[in-house]
Write a protein that binds this ligand. Sequence first.
Ligand SMILES: [Zn+2]
Length: 419
Amino acid sequence: MSLRDGHDRGPERLLIRDLSQVASPAGRAAPVRGPALGEVDVLEEAYVLCEGGRVARVGPMRELGAIEGDVVELDGRGLSAVPGLVDCHTHACFAGDRVEEFALRAAGASYEELHAAGGGILSTVRATRAAGEDALRAAVERHASWMLRAGTTTFEAKSGYGLDRETELAQLRAIRAAGGVPTWLGAHAVPPEHADAGAAAYVDFLLAEVLAEAAELAEAADVFLERGAFDATQARRYLEGCAAAGLALRLHGDQFTEAGAIPLAIEIGARSVDHLEATGHAGVLALAASDVVGVLLPASALFLGRPLPPARALADAGAAIALATDFNPGSAYCESLPVVLSLACTQLGLSPNEALAACTVNAAHVLARADRKGRIAPGFDADVVLVAADDWRHLAYHLAGPVVHTVVRAGRVACSSRA
Ligand SMILES: [Zn+2]
């Protein structure tokens, strides 16, 4: 597979023709939930015409007619098209790796034991603080190139491995420079220099010393609401401060324990609450009755050998759900949304249609981009994944296979397995 210049040049006209299928979540609403979650429009023997970086027309080949003027043609025979995938939850900005920890865990050590032994998040914090902004940007670009090869054309990335003023801001700048949607996760863990004063005092520091500049760089704020990290009172204080500075709100919640993330997310109008492996029946019903999106991260649950989130119950109750990788060096070293789609269908009880909507239109909604990302429709950004099969559902069916043939971003071929 060849990878083109990561910074796509100016727009051109691109005609993707003779596609076996073009599949896109039905309608124009976002997020989709209830029965609409499973509704995907499929055009057979179809084309997609891209102009100026947007989708100009989509339709059956028999209605294509003559195209006037210069146009680059892409042969879609034997391929199917889905919208560019949207990864709405990653920790793609970090230095170093945790392969030693991975091997220790494989030998039986628990996540909490590794954390207590000085591994876990804080080992990535040490490496990230030492790396410098240029190296962080290069790291995000490398990770983004992996995501792109797997069909992700839009990705969010969080800070949260700096945990000091300088490195948190450097992370946010690096994410922006690498084309990611930046989220400020200052409240990811309490760093060693604040350990004696504790989590509440660290939140005071974040709000007083980092928030003003972080709010200029990030689109949203996020917090790790969990036993051993930040409790609901601290999370509320952090998020309310961030909201006052203009940031959208998200939470890591119910990963290991139910610690009040869902009620807090609903009360403060968060865009999403992410993880939900520990969410019980009442939480499912509360989320379903709200506008908060539940972001499910099955790769991280599987990576850690933890219970999976109640995806089927959430979908059946009518909750808006999204799927993401949680790509990070410790608990989900997986940048592939097609793998997550496979897990959603084989482990979470979602249909391919539901899984597709969850990592396209609904993920775009979490990132406030559903008006232009997550569908193949006129006016939408021309982000298209060509699946190497005549039925788009191979994207989920072919577990970890070479299923992404070509990725089009902003109307240009960004990577392709074609020489
Ligand atoms: Zn996460």
